[in-house]
Design a protein around this ligand. Structure first.
Ligand SMILES: [Zn+2]
Length: 407
């Protein structure tokens, strides 16, 4: 598909000295799953990986030391909040976000755009950038691709995300195509604005809504740019699961094998396992930390709501097989009682939930390396659902396309 005359790409694709090299440790011979070692400035990241989300430089309900102890190799910093308060200058003075947070592993920062479109009601997208009113002082602010990269350069993150034109996945029509072409043009502006291409890896974000044609066009254009990695964006926003997985697998079919693939906003255990099978390497989601604040603990058989009466006298830990600090020290009964009187219960459950996600991904990775990933998926599904009749049909269909049949 040719770009419409008024939507031509500005400038030529840029070449970057990409240092987010991706030695493929192992590829599953059956599915599209891969286990890779992603070389980033602060440490190697073993993929598939789940990246916990932080806000304002602190993880809600967990400290950076605790995150480190859980073996987290990369987490997310939030550009929108950090760019507003305390502001990029202050963070730059503190030796970037790593110094400000005192976090020694890798950081990924978002562009700030998504937060604006989703959090700030009065935002307007123009070719220049995203215009919005500051929720702090009401001033009009323009977040341009250049501005987003300048903030992320000040934060010093190991992976930066391009500013993209975000459209809800439930929107269809010409707006989706417009946003796709604009995201490509903004990618070029972001590449041009990056002051530290040697140590800050800029990822492109594939858009195109739920249209296979638009997604393919976006993939064709963006993969012409030699960026260090690619994110699959614009999904996980309330679309049908059938549309979701088809867009994911179409994207991984067209992304270069040697580059990391980041599926944005995905964090349910079943979604993680299925999307690894479809070829994704990196994931993030606020779900495990958010759900912890409501007393919901993630377990291999689903979730357990600690506030329920049935746990008031239960001496077991959340998950008897879990080795996290919460499960090693505390019973369900204790957490149940604590939840009523103290926010500490949320911290304990947050630690468990992050540990659950990280441990799940380490097991997924090990099974890929051991050559038994399809069996891992079958066992995982059996444990997660009481009976095969309860397997979500989208997951069964998606896995069937990569030769995993669930009985
Ligand atoms: Zn635990």
């Amino acid at each position: 598909m040719l770009p419409p005359a008024d939507k031509k790409i500005i400038g030529q694709p840029h070449r970057l000295s990409s240092n987010a090299l991706l030695p493929l440790a192992t590829e599953c011979p059956v599915t599209k799953a891969r286990a890779c070692d992603l070389t980033l400035p602060h440490c190697t990241v073993n993929t598939p990986v789940f990246m916990p989300v932080g806000t304002q430089g602190t993880m809600k309900g967990i400290t950076v030391d605790q995150l480190d102890e859980l073996g987290c190799q990369i987490c997310l910093g939030n550009t929108y909040h950090l760019g507003m308060r305390p502001g990029p200058e202050l963070i730059e003075k503190a030796n970037g976000l790593h110094g400000f947070m005192n976090w020694k592993r890798n950081l990924l920062t978002d562009s700030g755009g998504f937060q604006m479109v989703s959090l700030v009601e009065l935002s307007e997208v123009t070719e220049e950038g995203v215009k919005f009113k500051s929720p702090y002082d009401g001033k009009e602010i323009l977040l341009s691709p250049e501005q987003s990269i300048a903030i992320q350069n000040s934060l010093g993150s190991d992976i930066m995300m391009q500013l993209d034109d975000v459209v809800s996945s439930t929107v269809s029509g010409p707006r989706v195509e417009e946003a796709m072409w604009r995201s490509i043009r903004w990618l070029d502006r972001c590449i041009g604005a990056n002051k530290n291409p040697d140590r800050q890896n800029l990822f492109a974000i594939i858009q195109g809504g739920l249209s296979a044609e638009l997604r393919k066009t976006c993939l064709d254009e963006m993969t012409k740019r030699d960026v260090p990695g690619f994110a699959i964006g614009g999904l996980s926003g309330g679309e049908e699961k059938d549309d979701f997985w088809r867009m994911v697998t179409l994207s991984t079919d067209h992304l270069p094998r040697q580059k990391p693939r980041y599926l944005m906003g995905v964090g349910y255990a079943v979604d993680l396992v299925v999307c690894v099978a479809l070829g994704c390497d990196m994931f993030d989601c606020v779900f495990p930390t958010r759900t912890a604040r409501f007393g919901s603990a993630l377990v291999p058989w689903g979730s357990l709501t600690i506030t329920k009466k049935q746990f008031a006298k239960d001496p077991q830990p959340i998950d008897p097989d879990c080795q996290c600090p919460t499960c090693l020290r505390h019973s369900r009964a204790y957490l149940h009682a604590l939840f009523k009187s103290d926010t500490a219960a949320m911290h304990h459950i947050t630690i468990h939930n992050i540990s659950y996600q990280l441990t799940l991904m380490r097991s997924v990775r090990q099974s890929i390396i051991d050559g038994c990933f399809p069996d891992f998926v079958r066992t995982f599904m059996k444990r997660m659902f009481p009976s095969p009749e309860q397997y979500p049909s989208w997951a069964v269909d998606a896995l069937a396309t990569v030769s995993i049949t669930l009985e």
